[in-house]
Write a protein that binds this ligand. Structure first.
Ligand code: 48F
Length: 265
């Protein structure tokens, strides 16, 4: 086998050129999603399918958020209807255990959620932490995010972030609702009060989480477990239907708002 020889500096230049072209492009977006867990990836899939320019920033070097850890590191996930429809759309295999309740393999769930979002046209950038938002007054609105390398943060280096514009920002960071928390603290005019997540009550938590998914301040949306934190709802544990349905709902809300605005301009 003849393996093509590539000079080291060429490798460097190809990587730098392609990366900087990407960053120039993703500096302005229709939607920025923070977190590549189940809610963020589902939202990215549905937003990109609608033709909206969607970038996901994920602080880790992996996909899936809490999916991989499952419950106590067990690698099976419970999904209930109607979320199974979303998984079927992504060719994720389901094992029925009772009417409307299914078991899914966590690695397949993570991989196919991510590949579905990417194939639909979403961009996912790893190793980047969102540590703040951008806002504008008159009208008061969140207009983007501040991003920093996760590695820089871990090293506690004093480095300024870069800023990224978006017409809508989705906090899909999970239990800590990191983006909405920082916006609530630093922009009190947004009037966001965060009651915090309640203890587990799975039977009601799934529906409440999906029903409460949406805009929490102009331009700033909550999906997944960030919703339970921001709205003071109970947690549900290792059942994931609400996570993908919440991602789908936030995508539909944002798409209808942005597409309506585009029609009216
Ligand atoms: O935690 P995570 O999976 O959030 P989710 O989509 O799903 C929650 C479930 O996994 C589970 C549950 C369901 O029953 O309770 O916990 O709401 O994924 C959140 C992702 O966001 C990343 C984090 O690494 C994870 O992959 N993340 C968190 N904060 C930031 C971030 C940040 N500031 N910047 C970038 N990524």
């Amino acid at each position: 086998m003849e393996i093509r020889q590539v000079d080291e500096v060429k490798i460097t230049k190809y990587i730098l050129k392609a990366t900087f072209e990407d960053w120039m492009d993703i500096a302005e977006n229709d939607v920025v999603i923070v977190g590549a867990g189940p809610s963020g990836l589902s939202a990215a899939y549905y937003l990109a399918k609608k033709g909206l320019k969607t970038t996901v920033f994920e602080r880790r070097l992996s996909f899936g958020g809490g999916i991989g850890g499952g419950a106590m590191l067990f690698h099976k996930i419970v999904i209930e209807s109607p979320a199974d429809q979303v998984l079927r759309e992504m060719n994720i295999r389901l094992q029925r255990v009772e009417e409307g309740v299914y078991i899914v393999d966590s690695s397949e769930f993570m991989a196919k959620l991510a590949s579905s979002a990417i194939d639909a046209g979403a961009k996912i950038v790893h190793g980047v932490t969102v540590d703040d938002v951008i806002f504008r007054e008159n009208p008061l609105r969140v207009t983007g995010v501040a991003v920093e390398w996760t590695a820089t943060q871990m090293a506690s280096l004093h480095v300024d972030p870069l800023f990224i514009h978006a017409k809508a920002v989705v906090d899909a960071t999970g239990h800590d609702a990191e983006v909405i928390s920082v916006a609530a603290r630093k922009i009190p005019e947004l009037g966001i009060a965060i009651p915090g997540e309640k203890s587990a009550y799975s039977e009601v938590a799934e529906k409440l989480t999906v029903d409460n998914t949406g805009e929490v301040a102009p331009g700033l949306y909550a999906a997944g477990m960030a919703v339970t934190e921001v709205k003071g709802l109970p947690r549900m544990g290792p059942i994931f239907g609400a996570m993908v349905l919440s991602g789908k709902k936030v995508a539909e809300d944002i798409a209808s708002t942005l597409l309506m605005k585009a029609r009216n301009t």
